[in-house]
Design a protein around this ligand. Structure first.
Ligand code: COA
Length: 146
């Protein structure tokens, strides 16, 4: 299993995963996103040198997607697993693989997780991220492994 760079050909899979009810419940913007707005947003992200988009794959199936928005030395993570492949350890594995795949500028990785998203909290805790309450949410962060 490995991370590869996402391309425009992944746009509609990511759109479908993003609109899945469990993903929407876990997102800060819970609205359903229409395909045109998504494509426009996705093209912008692909073109943004401060953003990296990856697909987790076993070489055949697309298992998940992770995005890192880079600001100075900090990479802020957003991620989701393909709804048909959840609960099989892929979320934990995707976070683990990120350290080696992310841009060299990034030395700190960080994510904001909702308090009721137990599965996501475990993905970060299993990978050694520090947990800190931040209002109604939980901030996970760690120094990237060399
Ligand atoms: C959160 C998410 C990425 C987790 O990925 P996953 O592949 O399903 O998670 P894993 O299989 O690696 O499981 C991680 C841990 O959570 C547990 N878990 C899995 N689903 C769970 C659930 N619905 N409720 C509670 N715990 C759960 C697993 O048992 C595992 O615990 P363990 O390490 O003690 O065995 C995935 O469920 C998802 O895409 N959710 C919607 C989008 C989302 O929440 N993104 C993150 C926003 S911060």
């Amino acid at each position: 299993m490995y991370l590869r760079k996402a391309t425009i050909d992944d746009a509609m899979d990511i759109h479908a995963w993003r609109n899945d009810p469990q993903t929407r419940a876990a997102s800060f913007n819970k609205e359903e996103i229409d395909p045109d707005s998504h494509i426009k947003w996705f093209r912008g992200k692909l073109a943004d040198e401060n953003c990296e988009l990856f697909i987790l794959t076993d070489g055949e199936k697309k298992l998940g997607h992770i995005r890192v928005d880079i600001n100075d030395n900090t990479g802020t993570i957003s991620y989701m697993i393909n709804p048909t492949h959840r609960g099989k350890g892929y979320g934990t594995e995707m976070i683990r693989l990120l350290d080696a795949a992310v841009d060299k500028r990034v030395s700190v990785l960080s994510a904001l997780v909702e308090k009721d998203n137990a599965a996501s909290q475990k993905c970060f805790e299993r990978n050694g991220y520090e947990r800190r309450e931040e209002g109604d949410t939980i901030r996970y962060s760690k120094l990237k492994a060399d």
